[in-house]
Design a protein around this ligand. Structure first.
Ligand code: ITT
Length: 203
């Protein structure tokens, strides 16, 4: 089997650890290295994660990079019409968890979902993988693990928040693990030689 080295372009160590855990669980010839690459995502304020990722991939390709992936994710709250969604990173840094909980004060509809979109650039071609986890926003923050909005997100089927789960537990259901598993599956097929040149996710 061939080996493959991929760069994960991110400045978020938590995302890197979560995706690395998915790849470490299986016997694979794929090596992933975190690559802090500035400004790949700053150029665009699009309203959906796919557009942001496609733009970021093109941007990195224009800079001469190949064999890398980028992930963009967000928390979509139903009562807030999908806010903060693609603006999650900015909203976390500004109003943060207290701000989100204030916006949801007296709100009984606590439904929300996390979405992850991965853009993989492999031998000059781009492939998109997505993952979603549905859940609800807790009344108060709980837990010490993870990052971002983890302390207020309870995935369906659980009573714990993501921040009360270990990384491995979170990876059994999270949006990012779902997208990463799709990418891993695709890469394993690729390395076996079952190349899906006309994969519907390519562009
Ligand atoms: P990079 O762009 O460098 O990869 P980032 O943290 O800025 O890292 P995003 O632009 O994708 O990543 O922003 C996603 C934000 O959404 C992130 O900062 C969190 O606030 C939130 N978020 C996404 N996935 C999350 C998760 O698994 N747990 C908690 N919060 C999450």
């Amino acid at each position: 089997m061939r080996t493959l080295k991929l760069y994960f372009l991110t400045n978020n160590k938590h995302k890197y650890s979560e995706i690395l855990d998915i790849f470490k669980r299986v016997k694979t010839q794929i090596r992933i290295e975190m690559y802090s690459y500035p400004n790949t995502k700053l150029e665009i304020q699009a309203e959906n994660l796919e557009e942001i990722v496609k733009f970021a991939v093109k941007y990195a390709r224009r800079k001469g990079l190949d064999n890398f992936f980028i992930e963009d994710s967000g928390l979509f709250i139903e009562a807030l019409k999908g806010f903060p969604g693609p603006f999650s990173s900015y909203v976390f840094k500004t109003i943060g968890i207290p701000g989100i909980l204030r916006l949801l004060e007296n709100e009984t509809n606590r439904k929300a979902f996390f979405k992850s979109v991965i853009g993989l650039c492999l031998n000059g071609k781009t492939y998109i993988f997505t993952g979603v986890v549905k859940g609800r926003i807790s009344e108060i923050p709980r837990g010490k693990y993870g990052f971002g909005f983890d302390p207020i997100f309870i995935p369906n089927g659980f009573s714990k928040t993501f921040a009360e789960m270990t990384l491995k537990e979170k990876n059994t259901v999270s949006h990012r693990s779902r997208a990463a598993k799709k990418m891993l599956n695709f890469l394993q097929n690729f390395l076996r030689g079952d190349v899906m040149e006309e994969n519907k996710n390519t562009f």
